[in-house]
Ligand binder design. Structure first.
Ligand code: CTP
Ligand code: CA
Length: 224
């Protein structure tokens, strides 16, 4: 019996995860998006479920799939949809891990009809989306809140600033400077920074292995 429990160290934990890009409509047939594959978030969801956690995975458009009895996938399209889905579930979870590449801006107006190419230039006015992660930092009670940071310069400094400003417990810094790390690849090189400014750097690994490292760190903080 003790054996089974030790293999499911996240049993009883409920984890909310965001993954993938968001698509922001320009008109009925076009959108602004990004190259996020969703892979990192899906690997975290799979690993967490394998460790016994109940997972709610809010995902933007992706080809990734997961079928596990403990993972409930909620597909969304836009940053607004993702914000609403996340807020519908945040109160019921112990841990939230926001790995989605949410659009920072969206078209201020969405055209009702397909935009025709009649003029030689087209100007779109964009407005900022709500920061989902920061909004959770403002309302969190006992939840352990984890964010990601994608940086190209002053990485540690910028990530620490995001951790503080968004009231996070842990931030996962993605190093884009390394070959094989980031959006489309199957590997990632991350640095974890916690709210005591303890910094842990990992080598380039598969995203599945990065997911395990991350969940181990979270476990040590929530004493699961
Ligand atoms: N994030 C979010 N909602 C947004 C934008 C970002 O929840 N509208 C989350 C991401 O899921 C990630 C974290 O915020 O966990 C950091 O995203 P990142 O793009 O690195 O930082 P930003 O705060 O958007 O700042 P900037 O892009 O200007 O560096
Ligand atoms: Ca951003």
């Amino acid at each position: 019996e003790g054996d089974v429990i030790s293999k499911l160290p996240l049993r009883g934990q409920k984890i909310l995860i965001t993954a993938g890009p968001t698509y922001e409509a320009i008109d009925p047939v076009r959108f602004i998006g990004n190259h996020s594959s969703g892979k990192m978030g899906f690997e975290i969801a799979k690993a967490a479920a394998q460790l016994g956690a109940e997972v709610i995975l809010v995902s933007g458009p992706t080809h990734e799939q997961v079928s596990h009895a403990l993972v409930k996938v909620i597909p969304v399209t836009s940053a607004k949809d993702m914000y609403d889905a996340v807020h519908n579930h945040f109160e019921s979870v112990n841990v939230a891990i926001l790995s989605a590449a949410v659009a920072d801006f969206r078209p201020k107006e969405v055209a009702n009809q397909k935009i025709k190419k009649k003029s030689s230039t087209l100007t779109l006015e964009l407005e900022k989306t709500k920061d989902i992660l920061a909004s959770l930092g403002e309302i969190k009670k006992t939840q352990y809140l984890v964010g990601f940071a994608l940086e190209t310069n002053n990485e540690i400094e910028n990530a620490k600033e995001k951790l503080k400003r968004k009231n996070l417990n842990l931030i996962v810094l993605n190093s884009l400077n390394d070959k094989g790390a980031g959006f489309k690849s199957d590997t990632n090189k991350v640095t974890l920074i916690d709210d005591n400014e303890v910094i842990t750097t990992f080598k380039l690994k598969s995203k599945a292995e990065v997911a395990i490292d991350l969940l181990n760190k979270i476990r040590s903080h929530i004493d699961a």
